[in-house]
Design a protein around this ligand. Structure first.
Ligand code: ZN
Length: 231
């Protein structure tokens, strides 16, 4: 019996469904890290290690340092800015007045990167590695993959090939110049066993309270909502 147009249509639909399922893992395989976790460890603004090429004096929250190390080992990055704000001793680090209101740079949970040994101010092949990193962190515009919460590159004003790539890590809301209660990070080698996404510490385990920071310096803040972007 010859299949009717309706039956043919149904068969095609089923085939399309199988194809979609078969192709899905392949198309998303290169996007973002395979697993993330929420780090409740006490934050601290620390110098970026030498293994992550960076501008002299740049600092970040220590909880994103393992991720930065991994990124630097896989992509040719040069960090031009991390934490921007005062330290407990009153010294100011990072680019002053460079970032938007609510920027994650004010919490030490964002970095701006350009190519290591690349052309600054011009989009040329030296940016290929940074473009690859941007696409890994945000395969579709405005849909960053965890743990990234905002990725600024092509399509975002003041960012992009030839300018810079901004990467923000997801974190608990925190006011300017305060450390976030938690930060979402991705698992890097040496953290084997922590494979699940959004793994949280066991209930009842409270993170140790940080010492109170002096006025004007960075200290820990616990709370709720978060701004839309953090460039
Ligand atoms: Zn930035």
């Amino acid at each position: 019996m010859a299949p009717t147009a309706e039956r043919l249509g149904r068969i095609l639909l089923v085939l399309a469904g199988f194809l979609a399922i078969a192709l899905l893992p392949a198309s998303s395989a290169s996007a973002g890290p395979p697993a993330t976790r929420v780090a409740y460890a006490t934050g601290e603004i620390v110098p970026i290690p030498a293994s992550v090429p960076h501008e002299e004096g740049d600092m970040v929250d220590r909880r994103i340092v393992p991720d930065l190390r991994w990124i630097a080992a896989h992509f040719p990055i040069y960090v031009t800015d991390g934490y921007s704000g005062p330290l407990p001793d009153g010294e100011h680090v990072g680019c002053h007045m460079c970032h938007v209101k609510g920027s994650d740079h004010y919490n030490g949970l964002a970095v701006d990167v350009v190519p290591l040994r690349g052309t600054i101010g011009k989009c040329d092949p030296t940016w290929a590695g940074i473009t690859r990193l941007a696409e890994w962190a945000e395969p579709t515009q405005n849909h960053p993959v965890a743990p990234f919460r905002w990725v600024g590159y092509d399509g975002d004003a003041g960012h992009g090939c030839g300018n810079h790539l901004h990467l923000s890590w997801g974190h608990a809301a925190a006011p300017m110049f305060q450390l976030a209660e938690w930060v979402e990070v991705f698992a890097v080698s040496g953290e084997a066993g922590r494979r699940s996404r959004h793994q949280r510490p066991k209930r009842g385990k409270t993170p140790p309270a940080p010492p109170p920071g002096p006025a004007g310096g960075i200290s820990t803040f616990r709370s709720g909502g978060i701004s839309a972007r953090g460039d």
